[in-house]
Design a protein around this ligand. Structure first.
Ligand code: CO8
Length: 322
């Protein structure tokens, strides 16, 4: 199977970019989480790596040639074109760079290479893979949950400076991954949402999800957000401090790179000790309750009523599509 994660470490800056590339929605399956943790561990041990940016991308390459009038699918595509690799007709590039009065575009000829697939470009991560929690044996559920814990422990406790470059929706486990980082930059697109929406699925975010959210947005916002299972649009997420900054979609990664240089200007040891001082208590709480947390998860998720909730949620996802 092809890798679900691609890591590029720039030795001159000491910054690694980890791209999630598991279509259609970067859901966190056991395989994905295992690969994620292996990559994180490698970077953690590599003394030349000081900063980590996590983002979503697909290697899907879309080549398109057309002589027709611009259609809806062209419009969608234009949004996802990454400028450096986009070769388009004069008219099209002009219009797309001015922010898009594309409805009035005339007949055009275009040849474009999209770096980001249409499905994946809308999603940072859809969170835990629901199929890993539905109809699985208790043993398998336990193994899966251990991998979820491991992902969070490694990320939340990382010595690297970590930035989430959130270039799409990021519900539930995707949000957990984002708030596990030191800083969050999200695409300024009101269609993208982020939050811990577990209650909407009829399940309960565990205490360490809750603790991470409280540490990020404070008790009251966390309480509202968890009880109602709220998914915040990017602008609303900024308002409550769930993300730190919004930037135009095509600048998410470059802003993360710029921001990272500020984080890396702080001496590593001072930043790391401070980070540990802020996060250690939360991490220790899970470390000392790890087995009990796995047992809780397994007995909760395998309950008939919870399985029914998950089935209904999956059906809702499918029907929404239809
Ligand atoms: N897991 C598995 N499959 C998924 C998931 C997921 N989390 N999300 C989407 N999919 C599937 C869809 O069913 C669909 O499958 P198919 O193509 O076979 O119909 C495919 O991925 C594409 O999905 P969409 O068509 O919905 O794609 P969109 O681009 O329209 O939307 C979204 C993308 C916004 C990400 C949307 O898919 C969505 O909202 N997904 C659900 C996200 C969600 O609610 N995740 C919660 C997971 S639970 C979790 O992370 C924490 C659980 C903590 C457990 C605690 C228990 C004690």
């Amino acid at each position: 199977t092809s890798p679900k994660i691609k890591v590029d470490l720039d030795n001159s800056t000491g910054v690694a970019v980890l791209r999630m590339q598991s279509p259609p929605v970067n859901s966190l399956s056991l395989d994905f989480l295992t690969e994620f943790c292996i990559n994180l561990e490698k970077l953690e041990m590599d003394k030349s790596c000081r900063g980590l940016i996590i983002t979503s991308v697909s290697t899907h390459t879309h080549t398109h040639t057309d002589t027709d009038t611009v259609t809806q699918s062209h419009k969608t595509m234009i949004h996802t074109i990454t400028p450096p690799v986009c070769v388009v007709s004069q008219t099209l590039s002009k219009v797309s760079s001015t922010g898009l009065d594309i409805i009035t575009l005339p007949v055009c000829v275009c040849v474009c290479v999209c770096l980001v697939s249409q499905t994946l470009s809308k999603v940072f991560s859809a969170g835990l893979d629901i199929m890993e929690m539905y109809g699985k044996s208790p043993e398998r559920c336990g193994e899966f949950w251990k991998a979820v814990q491991e992902m969070w422990l490694k990320l939340y406790g990382s010595n690297m400076a970590t930035i989430a470059a959130i270039n799409g929706s990021s519900p539930a486990g995707g949000c957990l991954m984002s708030i596990g980082c030191d800083y969050r930059i999200m695409a300024d697109n009101p269609r993208y949402s982020i939050g811990l929406n577990e209650t909407q699925l009829g399940i309960v975010a565990p205490f360490w999800f809750k603790d991470t959210l409280v540490n990020t947005v404070g008790n009251r916002a966390a309480e509202l957000s968890l009880e109602l299972g709220l998914l915040y649009s990017a602008p609303d997420a900024l308002k409550i401090g769930l993300v730190d900054q919004l930037v135009p979609e095509d600048q998410v990664l470059s802003t993360a790179q710029d921001t990272m240089s500020k984080w890396l200007a702080v001496p590593d040891h001072a930043r790391q000790i401070t980070k540990s001082m802020m996060r250690k208590q939360t991490i220790d709480k899970l470390l000392s309750n790890r087995e009990a947390d796995i047992t809780n998860f397994v007995s909760f998720i395998t309950k008939d009523s919870i399985q029914r909730s998950l089935r209904m949620y999956l059906e809702m996802l499918k029907s929404r599509k239809a």
